[in-house]
Write a new protein. Structure first.
Length: 202
């Protein structure tokens, strides 16, 4: 039983996302559909992604290096090649260089809780977005809307935007302190718990 628990914990804490094969299939689908872009204008593809899952506010905050609250001012989409030069990309698990669709959230920062930023605004990314006339949505991704204020828990990388730690637990509606991650199921972590832990370490 102890060994099983250790294996389960190890599965939760893996520091990469197993999306290489999935995004490869997505890209192949997009390439094959280039000649039918108009027909696929509103086609939505749901992507299933495996992320590390966190059980407590302490775990998710300690796994990040940048935590802040802010209001979303704009949402854009980019195809990014985030492959590192030293092994598999830590965020997507991709070994070969490949561009994948991302959603870019432009945010006006209201309060910085952890880490450092050089401006009062920032752009962060999350896998999924629009590419070649198609929309790619990560399954169970939390809702993030322009004009709304959230707490964001992110990880920074060299030469690219910071990323949300995962799609379900890393953004919290600042107007719903007792709701687990925008109403999504997320192992019971609430904004109040995250803020309480952040205040205890600051």
């Amino acid at each position: 039983m102890l060994m099983q628990n250790m294996e389960d914990d190890d599965m939760k804490k893996r520091a990469f996302i197993l999306v290489g094969i999935l995004f490869s299939l997505v890209l192949m689908s997009a390439c094959n559909s280039n000649s039918n872009t108009a027909a696929n204008e509103n086609e939505v593809t749901v992507i299933q992604v495996e992320y590390p899952v966190y059980d407590t506010a302490e775990e998710i905050v300690n796994a990040s290096d940048l935590v802040f609250s802010g209001t979303v001012t704009e949402i854009n989409y980019e195809s990014l090649n985030v492959k590192s030069e030293t092994g598999a990309d830590p965020e997507t698990g991709l070994v070969e260089a490949s561009e994948i669709p991302y959603t870019i959230f432009n945010i006006s920062i209201e309060q910085l809780y952890k880490g450092n930023v050089e401006s009062d605004s920032i752009s962060i990314k999350r896998p999924g977005g629009k590419m070649d006339g198609q929309v790619f949505v990560v399954e169970d991704a939390s809702t993030i809307e322009v004009g709304e204020t959230y707490l964001f828990i992110t990880q920074t990388y060299e030469n690219t935007y910071p990323s949300l730690l995962n799609v379900t637990q890393a953004s919290f509606d600042m107007n719903k302190p007792e709701v687990s991650n925008n109403g999504q199921e997320n192992e019971g972590i609430t904004l109040s718990e995250v803020l309480e832990y952040l205040n205890s370490i600051n």
